[in-house]
Ligand binder design. Sequence first.
Ligand code: S3P
Length: 452
Amino acid sequence: MNQSIITIHSSHSQQQLVIDPPKAGLTLQGNLRVPGDKSISHRALMLGAIAQGKTRIQGGLLGEDPRSTARCLRAMGASISELNPQQVEVEGVGNGNLQEPDAVLDAGNSGTTVRLMLGLLASSPQRFFVISGDESLRSRPMSRVVEPLKQMGAQIWGRQNNSRAPLAIQGQSLQAIDYTSPIASAQVKSCILLAGLMTEGRTTVTEPSLSRDHSERMLAAFGADIATDAETKSVTIQGKPTLKGQTIVVPGDISSAAFWLVAAMIVPDSELVIENVGINPTRTGILDALERMEADIAIEDQTLIAGEPVANLRVRSCSLKGAEIGGNLIPRLIDEIPIIAVAAVFAQGRTLIKDAAELRVKESDRIAVMASQLTKMGAKVTERSDGLEIVGGGNLTGTEIEAYNDHRVAMSFAIAALNAQGKTTINGAQAAAISYPDFFENLQQICQINSL
Ligand code: S3P
């Protein structure tokens, strides 16, 4: 029976979602597809906009974040058809030809939009830009991209010593640099590579451990001269290439699939197949972490689509064990830590998540928010400066949870609620639409209630 366990109350732009699982008999069953990868969708829109000719994006995400990227690019002269998952058409302006917008660029809630775009704006001579976003985005650190861009000669001003949006940029011809980033961040790496596109000579970025490499793969596909060195973890781009419009097929987002992986594990007698998920090795830290926790996941029907590995993931309920998660694994699962914390609550023993201080500057302070909200449900969680310590094996009790306008927090608590006693209310559940507009519909579709 597919009885509804979810109710939504809306007032103004806020959504309050109530999840009321039955006392017994709930399982999750079926096949589902998650929306297109958010990181790849942003990059396809941006590279399409600065390429020559037409780019076709198939399977792209329709979430609020790529909409922000599309809105900014349209304001600078790129023609982008309405976003839809079948096909989006982008008519590029050509490398270096983004126009000066006549209003502030609005990046909404999207860190990827503002940080990657800064590379394009800073290197566009004789054009002036102002870029800003919502309250969360305006509180997030931008020095990580402003600093290296300034080393290239960029002119950027902003609040708090040029470290917070709104940021004003006077585009310039920049100088190529060889930059060693103190953090493993794909946004930092990609920003510099995009600035390098319009800069004479060779621009190199080295990172402490490998972050997602979608920019490198896609820049190569669009015709840029780009070389990576796995040993030194560096990537070099030759400036001033002609980029040619491409057809990009976007795989399902493993960061969205992660919610279903954990859901099936913690709800007894469940089995789900998540189809067409991108399993680029720079993103599969979640699979490695869950394997350490003794999860039951099979990778099936693996193929390569448009330069990115893709597979179906079959997951079954299992008993999980606590594990230590840190070091080089962190950049490969950075967005999945909220849902890993939920898995840890249901695992036997202790889970330690460390080296993840970056979580404090995501859409919310995810260390503080996950610790406080899981504790409200009765979990044993200790907040650390760089992560979380969770003693699993406990029972959760439904209560009122705040999503803090963070999509991954909202979705993580919807999954935790499935295995809690009683009702969980999530305030601000509309945040899920940032990366997964149909999340709650999909959740309802896979819920089966077996009457005893
Ligand atoms: C992203 C990189 C990561 C990730 C974000 C998307 C990207 O951020 O958390 O959701 O598309 O480049 P950092 O580069 O700050 O680690």
